[in-house]
Design a protein around this ligand. Structure first.
Ligand SMILES: Nc1ncnc2c1ncn2[C@@H]1O[C@H](COP(=O)(O)OP(=O)(O)OP(=O)(O)O)[C@@H](O)[C@H]1O
Ligand SMILES: [Mg+2]
Length: 307
Protein backbone atom coordinates (compact mmCIF):
# COMPACT_ATOMS: atom_id res chain seq x y z
CA UNK A 1 0.00 0.00 0.00
CA UNK A 2 1.46 3.33 -1.02
CA UNK A 3 1.69 5.91 1.70
CA UNK A 4 -0.54 8.93 1.02
CA UNK A 5 1.37 12.06 0.20
CA UNK A 6 -1.50 14.37 0.97
CA UNK A 7 -4.28 13.78 3.43
CA UNK A 8 -7.24 16.11 3.67
CA UNK A 9 -9.90 15.78 6.35
CA UNK A 10 -13.08 17.71 7.00
CA UNK A 11 -11.97 20.61 4.84
CA UNK A 12 -14.53 23.40 5.01
CA UNK A 13 -14.57 27.01 3.82
CA UNK A 14 -17.22 29.52 4.69
CA UNK A 15 -17.42 33.03 3.25
CA UNK A 16 -19.65 35.02 5.61
CA UNK A 17 -22.72 32.80 5.92
CA UNK A 18 -22.09 30.82 2.72
CA UNK A 19 -20.34 27.47 2.92
CA UNK A 20 -18.66 26.88 -0.43
CA UNK A 21 -16.54 23.86 0.53
CA UNK A 22 -18.06 21.44 2.99
CA UNK A 23 -16.39 18.60 4.85
CA UNK A 24 -14.15 17.51 1.98
CA UNK A 25 -11.96 14.50 2.68
CA UNK A 26 -9.56 12.64 0.42
CA UNK A 27 -6.01 11.44 0.17
CA UNK A 28 -3.55 11.37 -2.68
CA UNK A 29 -1.03 8.58 -2.94
CA UNK A 30 2.52 9.37 -3.94
CA UNK A 31 2.96 8.91 -7.68
CA UNK A 32 -0.70 9.18 -8.56
CA UNK A 33 -2.54 11.77 -10.61
CA UNK A 34 -5.86 12.96 -9.27
CA UNK A 35 -8.38 15.16 -11.03
CA UNK A 36 -10.65 17.45 -9.07
CA UNK A 37 -13.64 17.41 -11.33
CA UNK A 38 -16.67 19.64 -11.05
CA UNK A 39 -18.82 22.19 -12.87
CA UNK A 40 -18.36 25.96 -12.63
CA UNK A 41 -18.78 27.20 -9.10
CA UNK A 42 -18.40 23.74 -7.53
CA UNK A 43 -15.59 24.90 -5.26
CA UNK A 44 -12.51 23.67 -7.14
CA UNK A 45 -10.51 26.91 -6.92
CA UNK A 46 -11.46 27.42 -3.27
CA UNK A 47 -10.30 23.88 -2.41
CA UNK A 48 -7.08 24.22 -4.37
CA UNK A 49 -6.32 27.62 -2.85
CA UNK A 50 -6.54 26.08 0.60
CA UNK A 51 -4.26 23.19 -0.41
CA UNK A 52 -1.74 25.63 -1.88
CA UNK A 53 -1.80 27.63 1.35
CA UNK A 54 -3.29 30.79 -0.14
CA UNK A 55 -6.57 30.60 1.69
CA UNK A 56 -7.14 29.74 5.33
CA UNK A 57 -9.66 26.91 5.82
CA UNK A 58 -12.60 27.62 8.13
CA UNK A 59 -12.05 24.15 9.55
CA UNK A 60 -10.46 20.83 8.70
CA UNK A 61 -6.92 19.64 8.20
CA UNK A 62 -4.47 19.36 5.34
CA UNK A 63 -1.45 17.21 5.92
CA UNK A 64 1.45 16.67 3.59
CA UNK A 65 3.81 13.85 4.38
CA UNK A 66 7.46 13.77 3.45
CA UNK A 67 8.94 10.31 3.89
CA UNK A 68 5.99 9.50 6.11
CA UNK A 69 6.60 12.52 8.35
CA UNK A 70 4.12 15.43 8.45
CA UNK A 71 5.46 18.67 7.01
CA UNK A 72 4.82 21.91 8.87
CA UNK A 73 5.37 24.33 5.99
CA UNK A 74 3.88 22.84 2.84
CA UNK A 75 5.02 25.56 0.49
CA UNK A 76 8.43 24.18 -0.48
CA UNK A 77 6.88 20.81 -1.23
CA UNK A 78 4.14 22.12 -3.46
CA UNK A 79 4.25 23.54 -6.97
CA UNK A 80 1.18 25.56 -7.88
CA UNK A 81 -0.24 27.05 -11.04
CA UNK A 82 -3.31 29.25 -10.53
CA UNK A 83 -6.37 29.28 -12.77
CA UNK A 84 -5.40 32.67 -14.17
CA UNK A 85 -1.66 33.11 -13.80
CA UNK A 86 -0.39 36.66 -14.10
CA UNK A 87 2.94 37.32 -15.79
CA UNK A 88 4.91 40.53 -16.26
CA UNK A 89 4.54 41.00 -20.03
CA UNK A 90 7.81 42.93 -20.29
CA UNK A 91 9.89 40.10 -18.85
CA UNK A 92 11.36 37.41 -21.09
CA UNK A 93 10.59 33.77 -20.41
CA UNK A 94 14.14 33.23 -19.17
CA UNK A 95 14.02 36.24 -16.83
CA UNK A 96 10.73 35.10 -15.39
CA UNK A 97 11.92 31.57 -14.70
CA UNK A 98 15.13 32.85 -13.18
CA UNK A 99 13.06 35.05 -10.90
CA UNK A 100 10.81 32.09 -9.99
CA UNK A 101 13.90 29.95 -9.29
CA UNK A 102 15.28 32.56 -6.92
CA UNK A 103 11.96 32.97 -5.18
CA UNK A 104 11.94 29.21 -4.68
CA UNK A 105 15.28 29.46 -2.91
CA UNK A 106 17.67 28.49 -5.69
CA UNK A 107 20.69 30.73 -6.01
CA UNK A 108 23.48 31.64 -8.45
CA UNK A 109 24.57 28.91 -10.79
CA UNK A 110 21.90 26.53 -9.60
CA UNK A 111 19.18 29.00 -10.59
CA UNK A 112 20.74 29.48 -14.04
CA UNK A 113 21.05 25.75 -14.64
CA UNK A 114 17.52 25.00 -13.48
CA UNK A 115 16.16 27.82 -15.62
CA UNK A 116 17.74 26.38 -18.75
CA UNK A 117 16.72 22.87 -17.86
CA UNK A 118 13.09 23.85 -17.44
CA UNK A 119 12.96 26.06 -20.51
CA UNK A 120 13.97 22.99 -22.42
CA UNK A 121 11.62 20.63 -20.57
CA UNK A 122 8.61 22.71 -21.52
CA UNK A 123 9.84 23.38 -25.06
CA UNK A 124 10.43 27.11 -24.66
CA UNK A 125 14.19 27.27 -25.21
CA UNK A 126 13.73 28.97 -28.59
CA UNK A 127 11.40 31.58 -27.14
CA UNK A 128 13.43 32.12 -23.97
CA UNK A 129 14.66 35.59 -24.93
CA UNK A 130 11.30 36.83 -26.15
CA UNK A 131 8.99 38.92 -24.01
CA UNK A 132 6.14 37.01 -22.35
CA UNK A 133 3.69 39.61 -23.69
CA UNK A 134 4.17 38.03 -27.13
CA UNK A 135 3.63 34.43 -25.99
CA UNK A 136 0.54 32.43 -26.97
CA UNK A 137 -1.78 31.10 -24.27
CA UNK A 138 -0.23 27.64 -24.54
CA UNK A 139 3.30 29.02 -24.21
CA UNK A 140 2.31 31.02 -21.12
CA UNK A 141 0.76 27.94 -19.58
CA UNK A 142 3.92 25.92 -20.27
CA UNK A 143 5.99 28.68 -18.69
CA UNK A 144 3.63 28.53 -15.72
CA UNK A 145 4.23 24.80 -15.42
CA UNK A 146 8.00 25.33 -15.51
CA UNK A 147 7.64 27.94 -12.77
CA UNK A 148 5.62 25.53 -10.63
CA UNK A 149 8.11 22.71 -11.05
CA UNK A 150 11.47 24.45 -10.89
CA UNK A 151 12.05 23.63 -7.21
CA UNK A 152 11.15 19.94 -7.75
CA UNK A 153 8.03 19.89 -5.60
CA UNK A 154 6.60 16.60 -4.39
CA UNK A 155 3.10 17.64 -5.33
CA UNK A 156 2.06 19.70 -8.33
CA UNK A 157 -1.30 21.46 -8.01
CA UNK A 158 -2.87 22.96 -11.12
CA UNK A 159 -6.13 24.86 -11.34
CA UNK A 160 -7.75 24.27 -14.74
CA UNK A 161 -4.46 24.16 -16.61
CA UNK A 162 -6.00 23.73 -20.07
CA UNK A 163 -9.45 25.31 -19.85
CA UNK A 164 -8.50 28.62 -21.40
CA UNK A 165 -6.44 27.15 -24.25
CA UNK A 166 -7.22 26.52 -27.91
CA UNK A 167 -7.04 22.88 -29.12
CA UNK A 168 -3.36 23.10 -30.09
CA UNK A 169 -2.30 24.69 -26.80
CA UNK A 170 -4.42 22.22 -24.94
CA UNK A 171 -2.75 19.29 -26.62
CA UNK A 172 0.73 20.69 -25.89
CA UNK A 173 0.00 21.16 -22.22
CA UNK A 174 -1.75 17.79 -21.84
CA UNK A 175 1.22 16.06 -23.49
CA UNK A 176 3.55 17.83 -21.14
CA UNK A 177 1.43 16.81 -18.16
CA UNK A 178 1.54 13.19 -19.32
CA UNK A 179 5.31 13.35 -18.98
CA UNK A 180 5.35 15.30 -15.73
CA UNK A 181 3.03 12.91 -13.99
CA UNK A 182 5.53 10.08 -14.40
CA UNK A 183 7.84 11.91 -12.02
CA UNK A 184 5.61 14.06 -9.85
CA UNK A 185 2.38 13.51 -7.97
CA UNK A 186 -0.24 15.71 -9.60
CA UNK A 187 -3.59 17.15 -8.58
CA UNK A 188 -5.41 19.21 -11.14
CA UNK A 189 -8.86 20.64 -11.42
CA UNK A 190 -10.96 20.63 -14.53
CA UNK A 191 -14.57 20.73 -15.59
CA UNK A 192 -13.74 18.59 -18.63
CA UNK A 193 -14.02 14.91 -17.93
CA UNK A 194 -12.07 13.99 -21.02
CA UNK A 195 -8.95 15.80 -19.75
CA UNK A 196 -9.19 13.97 -16.47
CA UNK A 197 -9.51 10.62 -18.23
CA UNK A 198 -6.55 11.32 -20.46
CA UNK A 199 -4.05 11.88 -17.67
CA UNK A 200 -5.36 10.82 -14.30
CA UNK A 201 -5.87 7.58 -12.51
CA UNK A 202 -8.04 8.99 -9.75
CA UNK A 203 -10.97 11.32 -9.69
CA UNK A 204 -12.64 13.44 -7.06
CA UNK A 205 -15.95 14.75 -8.30
CA UNK A 206 -17.26 17.75 -6.43
CA UNK A 207 -20.63 19.35 -6.60
CA UNK A 208 -21.75 22.39 -4.61
CA UNK A 209 -18.69 22.17 -2.41
CA UNK A 210 -19.06 18.53 -1.47
CA UNK A 211 -17.40 15.38 -2.75
CA UNK A 212 -20.01 13.56 -4.77
CA UNK A 213 -17.88 10.64 -5.90
CA UNK A 214 -14.27 9.61 -5.58
CA UNK A 215 -12.07 6.70 -6.45
CA UNK A 216 -9.84 5.10 -8.99
CA UNK A 217 -10.92 5.82 -12.52
CA UNK A 218 -10.97 2.22 -13.78
CA UNK A 219 -12.79 1.04 -10.69
CA UNK A 220 -15.45 3.72 -11.05
CA UNK A 221 -15.80 2.94 -14.73
CA UNK A 222 -16.38 -0.74 -13.90
CA UNK A 223 -18.63 -0.16 -10.96
CA UNK A 224 -20.93 2.38 -12.53
CA UNK A 225 -21.15 1.29 -16.10
CA UNK A 226 -24.63 0.14 -16.98
CA UNK A 227 -26.14 -1.36 -20.12
CA UNK A 228 -27.61 1.37 -22.26
CA UNK A 229 -29.63 1.47 -25.48
CA UNK A 230 -29.98 4.58 -27.58
CA UNK A 231 -32.63 4.70 -30.25
CA UNK A 232 -34.01 7.17 -32.72
CA UNK A 233 -37.24 6.75 -34.71
CA UNK A 234 -39.04 8.86 -37.32
CA UNK A 235 -40.92 12.01 -36.34
CA UNK A 236 -44.36 10.75 -37.49
CA UNK A 237 -47.22 10.45 -34.94
CA UNK A 238 -47.19 6.64 -34.89
CA UNK A 239 -43.49 6.50 -34.08
CA UNK A 240 -43.73 9.24 -31.48
CA UNK A 241 -46.64 7.52 -29.77
CA UNK A 242 -44.68 4.24 -29.66
CA UNK A 243 -41.67 6.08 -28.27
CA UNK A 244 -43.75 7.50 -25.45
CA UNK A 245 -44.85 3.97 -24.51
CA UNK A 246 -41.50 2.23 -24.17
CA UNK A 247 -40.51 3.58 -20.76
CA UNK A 248 -43.05 1.27 -19.16
CA UNK A 249 -41.35 -1.90 -20.44
CA UNK A 250 -40.19 -4.24 -17.70
CA UNK A 251 -36.54 -4.24 -18.83
CA UNK A 252 -36.22 -0.44 -18.69
CA UNK A 253 -34.65 0.82 -15.51
CA UNK A 254 -34.47 4.42 -16.52
CA UNK A 255 -35.65 6.25 -19.61
CA UNK A 256 -34.83 9.65 -21.00
CA UNK A 257 -37.10 10.30 -23.93
CA UNK A 258 -37.09 13.50 -25.94
CA UNK A 259 -39.40 13.41 -28.96
CA UNK A 260 -38.10 10.80 -31.38
CA UNK A 261 -34.99 9.94 -29.37
CA UNK A 262 -34.51 7.82 -26.31
CA UNK A 263 -31.72 6.73 -24.04
CA UNK A 264 -32.67 3.70 -22.00
CA UNK A 265 -30.80 2.18 -19.12
CA UNK A 266 -31.80 -1.45 -19.23
CA UNK A 267 -31.40 -4.61 -17.19
CA UNK A 268 -30.21 -6.80 -20.06
CA UNK A 269 -29.07 -5.39 -23.39
CA UNK A 270 -29.73 -8.48 -25.45
CA UNK A 271 -33.21 -9.12 -24.13
CA UNK A 272 -34.08 -5.43 -24.40
CA UNK A 273 -32.82 -5.25 -28.00
CA UNK A 274 -34.94 -8.21 -29.13
CA UNK A 275 -38.05 -6.98 -27.39
CA UNK A 276 -37.71 -3.40 -28.60
CA UNK A 277 -37.19 -4.50 -32.18
CA UNK A 278 -40.10 -6.94 -32.12
CA UNK A 279 -42.33 -4.38 -30.50
CA UNK A 280 -41.35 -1.70 -33.02
CA UNK A 281 -42.03 -4.03 -35.94
CA UNK A 282 -45.45 -4.98 -34.61
CA UNK A 283 -46.32 -1.29 -34.32
CA UNK A 284 -44.90 -0.55 -37.76
CA UNK A 285 -42.26 1.73 -36.37
CA UNK A 286 -38.87 1.87 -38.12
CA UNK A 287 -35.62 2.72 -36.37
CA UNK A 288 -33.42 5.45 -37.72
CA UNK A 289 -30.76 4.58 -35.24
CA UNK A 290 -30.24 1.75 -32.80
CA UNK A 291 -27.19 1.58 -30.60
CA UNK A 292 -26.45 -0.61 -27.63
CA UNK A 293 -23.52 -0.52 -25.27
CA UNK A 294 -22.35 0.53 -21.83
CA UNK A 295 -22.83 3.89 -20.17
CA UNK A 296 -19.69 6.00 -20.18
CA UNK A 297 -17.96 7.97 -17.50
CA UNK A 298 -19.41 11.04 -19.18
CA UNK A 299 -22.92 9.74 -18.46
CA UNK A 300 -21.96 9.22 -14.83
CA UNK A 301 -20.39 12.65 -14.57
CA UNK A 302 -23.51 14.31 -15.96
CA UNK A 303 -25.67 12.31 -13.61
CA UNK A 304 -23.58 13.25 -10.58
CA UNK A 305 -23.34 16.90 -11.57
CA UNK A 306 -27.01 17.29 -12.39
CA UNK A 307 -28.31 15.32 -9.42
N1 LIG B 1 -13.90 35.26 -1.79
C1 LIG B 1 -15.14 34.78 -1.95
N2 LIG B 1 -16.19 35.31 -1.29
C2 LIG B 1 -17.44 34.81 -1.44
N3 LIG B 1 -17.76 33.76 -2.23
C3 LIG B 1 -16.75 33.18 -2.92
C4 LIG B 1 -15.40 33.66 -2.81
N4 LIG B 1 -14.63 32.88 -3.62
C5 LIG B 1 -15.46 31.99 -4.19
N5 LIG B 1 -16.73 32.16 -3.77
C6 LIG B 1 -17.90 31.36 -4.18
O1 LIG B 1 -17.63 30.01 -3.93
C7 LIG B 1 -18.19 29.16 -4.91
C8 LIG B 1 -17.12 28.26 -5.46
O2 LIG B 1 -16.19 29.04 -6.19
P1 LIG B 1 -14.88 28.44 -6.86
O3 LIG B 1 -14.16 29.55 -7.53
O4 LIG B 1 -14.13 27.67 -5.84
O5 LIG B 1 -15.51 27.45 -7.92
P2 LIG B 1 -14.80 26.67 -9.13
O6 LIG B 1 -15.25 25.25 -9.01
O7 LIG B 1 -13.35 26.94 -9.13
O8 LIG B 1 -15.50 27.31 -10.41
P3 LIG B 1 -14.90 27.61 -11.88
O9 LIG B 1 -15.05 26.34 -12.64
O10 LIG B 1 -15.84 28.65 -12.40
O11 LIG B 1 -13.50 28.08 -11.75
C9 LIG B 1 -18.80 30.08 -5.95
O12 LIG B 1 -20.18 30.12 -5.75
C10 LIG B 1 -18.16 31.42 -5.67
O13 LIG B 1 -19.03 32.46 -6.00
MG1 LIG C 1 -12.08 27.78 -10.47
Amino acid sequence: MTQPLLQVKGLTKRFKDRTVVRDVAFSIAEGSCAALLGPNGAGKTTTISMLAGLLQPTSGSIQLLDQSKPVTDRRMFIGYLPQMPVFYPWMTGREFLRYAAELAGLAGRDAVLKTDEWLENVGLQHAASRRIGGYSGGMKQRLGLAQALIHRPKLLILDEPVSALDPAGRKDVLNLLQRIRLETTVLFSTHVLHDAEEICDEILMIREGEIALQGKLDQIRREYSEPVIRIEVGGDPVSLKWMASISSKAFVRQAEITGNRARLTVTDVEKASFELMADAVSHQVAFRKFESGQSTLEDLFLKVVQA
